[in-house]
Design a protein around this ligand. Structure first.
Ligand SMILES: Nc1nc2c(c(=O)[nH]1)N[C@H]1C(S)=C(S)[C@@H](COP(=O)(O)O)O[C@H]1N2
Ligand SMILES: [Mo]
Length: 323
């Protein structure tokens, strides 16, 4: 089931220690923020910055020729409705999220179910850097150097049964940590789903970092999904539950407006959103003050440019119907 795109090296004891250290450093960060009475601002504090660094990340071929959006750009223009609906809201509000300790409930059609600490979930994996183009349904895009692990290798540890046709993911619900949940902007928890073969595809990862550093809270700390050939909303943040299910899950945006957002949500320039075109996208580089407004547009590619890798998953499907 697991398709390897390279020979995976066995983790060295030092790498295992590194993953536990991610969480310890996160605790350090929070302590530092609490004692200084300021919000977590890793971008502006040098000590904190060093503490955010993730060691032993293996570079991969993915996106080697791309110019990544800056960390500041990636972490100051976000969609994370749990912290407000404005693009600047998550950066301003996400300091109330406590990503450490963190556990994920594994449920449904699998041999091993229960609650697992995040450190157990990624323990056996080599952390990889993959520079992926990410495209929001709102027609903007970024190039993000993720640090993460293949989702397939994580899911396999829980022995999904033959009944497991889809994987459903849920975000934390806690209005104390996520003040946006005091409003009914969306139905909480935020839910997303993938077909099993999409979840097992080698491009699909769980991310724990960006630009070699621990994920900023507003980017979905401590662990979020990344599915680069689909619109951004499929890449659910701050995951607390992974559920192996038989039926196609109803994802949050589909529940919100089924005529606008489907289950598949593959990036498709040929299928416009009912209210706007999907033919082009604004590429946000994170450089220059008002880049979000004045960013040049580029052509949107089918499957966000990953057609060679993923088109075969959908052979025979009418992607205008299954949008
Ligand atoms: N839990 C949760 N996950 C979420 C969202 C959200 O509002 N809540 N927004 C989605 C959308 S619409 C996009 S475009 C991406 C944005 O990820 P980024 O802020 O890291 O760029 O997160 C996705 N994951
Ligand atoms: Mo999005």
């Amino acid at each position: 089931m697991l398709i390897r795109i390279r020979k995976a090296s066995d983790p060295l004891p030092s790498e295992i220690a590194t993953k536990d250290a991610i969480l310890n450093r996160r605790a350090f960060m929070q302590a530092a923020a609490a004692s200084s009475g300021v919000a977590l601002l890793p971008m502006f504090a040098n000590d904190a910055r060093a503490a955010m660094k993730i060691d032993n990340v293996m570079k991969t071929k993915w996106g080697a020729d791309e110019k990544p959006t800056t960390l500041k750009g990636i972490s100051s223009y976000n969609n994370f409705y749990e912290f407000g609906t404005g693009k600047e809201d998550p950066a301003a509000n996400a300091h109330t999220l406590k990503p450490d300790p963190w556990s994920i409930e594994i449920a449904g059609q699998a041999g091993r179910i229960g609650k697992f600490g995040i450190e157990d979930i990624i323990r056996d994996n080599q952390l990889e850097e993959r520079i992926y183009r990410m495209r929001c349904v709102e027609a903007w895009s970024m190039v993000i150097p993720w640090v993460g692990v293949p989702l397939a290798s994580v899911l396999k540890k829980f022995d999904p049964t033959s009944q497991a046709k889809y994987v459903e993911f849920e975000t934390l619900v806690d209005p104390k940590q996520m003040p946006g949940q005091r409003s009914r902007a969306l139905d909480w928890p935020y839910v997303e789903g993938l077909r099993m073969d999409e979840a097992m595809h080698p491009l699909t990862i769980l991310a724990v970092g960006i630009h070699g550093e621990i994920l900023p809270n507003q980017c979905g700390a401590p662990i979020r999904l990344v599915v680069p050939w689909k619109y951004g909303f499929k890449s659910i943040k701050s995951i607390v539950k992974i559920n192996f299910v038989e039926k196609e899950p109803v994802n949050t945006w589909q529940a919100q407006a089924a005529n606008e957002y489907g289950f598949y949500s593959n990036v498709n320039p040929e299928r416009d959103h009912p209210r706007w075109s999907q033919k082009r996208e604004r590429r946000l580089t994170g450089e220059g003050g008002l880049s979000a407004l004045f960013a040049p547009t580029v052509e949107t590619k089918m499957f966000n440019g990953y057609a060679d890798e993923v088109a075969s998953l959908y052979s025979g499907m009418d992607l205008k119907k299954y949008f």
